[in-house]
Ligand binder design. Structure first.
Ligand SMILES: [Fe+2]
Ligand SMILES: [Fe+2]
Length: 187
C-alpha cells in the first residue's frame, strides 16, 4: 500500500515536495515509536500530509466547495491553508486511506489547534523538523522532540507565531488556541 501511495504521490508533487513528504513520513514514524503512537498510521499521515499542497489556488477553492469545506475569511485570504483540509479529504478519495485519525492529523498539520491527539501533534512537529528543514532554530526543536512532545510543540508554535508576526502575516486563531492549551496544562 505504501509503495503504491508513494508512486501516486510522486506524480502529484514536485521532487522537492515529494522528498519533504518522505522526510515527514520517516520523522513521524520515529516520533510515533518514541511517544507511543501507531507508527504505521504516523508513516501514512506523514506521507500524505501535503498531498494537496500543489493544487493551484483556484483548484483549492473549487475542491473545497466540492467537499463542502467552509472557507473562512482567513482561508480566502491565505488560500494555501486549504491544502491541509483538502488533503485530509483526498487521503481517502484519491489514496484510499479511510482513517479518521489520519484525516484529522492531516487537517491540523498547518495551523495546529486545541485538543490535538498524539498523532496530530506528531504530524505537526514532523512537518517542521524533518531532515530537509534548515531554518535557524530547527536543531533546538529536534532536540526537544527527542524528549518531550508537548515542549517541542510549544517551541514549534512559538517559532511559527514569531515568524508570522515579524512578517505582519495573519496568525490563524487555532494556532493561538493550540499554544494556549499547552500553557494551561503545563505543570
Ligand atoms: Fe503542508
Ligand atoms: Fe509539509
Amino acid at each position: 500500500m505504501i509503495k503504491q501511495i508513494k508512486a501516486q504521490l510522486a506524480l502529484s508533487l514536485s521532487p522537492k515536495r515529494y522528498k519533504h513528504s518522505v522526510g515527514v513520513s520517516k520523522t513521524a514514524k520515529i516520533l510515533a515509536k518514541r511517544f507511543g503512537c501507531d507508527p504505521d498510521k504516523a508513516q501514512l499521515a506523514g506521507l500524505l500530509h501535503d498531498c494537496a499542497r500543489e493544487l493551484t489556488n483556484n483548484r483549492l477553492l473549487s475542491t473545497a466547495e466540492a467537499f463542502g469545506i467552509v472557507v473562512g475569511d482567513i482561508e480566502r485570504c491565505h488560500t494555501v491553508l486549504l491544502h491541509a483540509l483538502i488533503g485530509s479529504k483526498l487521503a481517502e478519495t484519491e489514496y484510499g486511506v479511510a482513517d479518521p485519525e489520519i484525516a484529522q492529523a492531516i487537517a491540523l498539520h498547518t495551523t495546529g489547534g486545541p485538543h490535538m491527539t498524539v498523532l496530530d501533534k506528531i504530524i505537526f512537529l514532523a512537518d517542521v523538523i524533518e531532515p530537509e528543514r534548515s531554518f535557524p532554530g530547527v536543531d533546538a526543536l529536534r532536540e526537544l522532540a527527542e524528549q518531550d512532545l508537548d515542549k517541542a510543540l510549544l517551541a514549534a508554535y512559538n517559532q511559527a507565531i514569531i515568524f508570522l508576526a515579524e512578517r505582519n502575516s495573519i496568525i490563524h486563531p487555532n494556532t493561538i488556541l493550540g499554544r494556549n492549551e499547552l500553557l494551561f496544562y503545563k505543570s
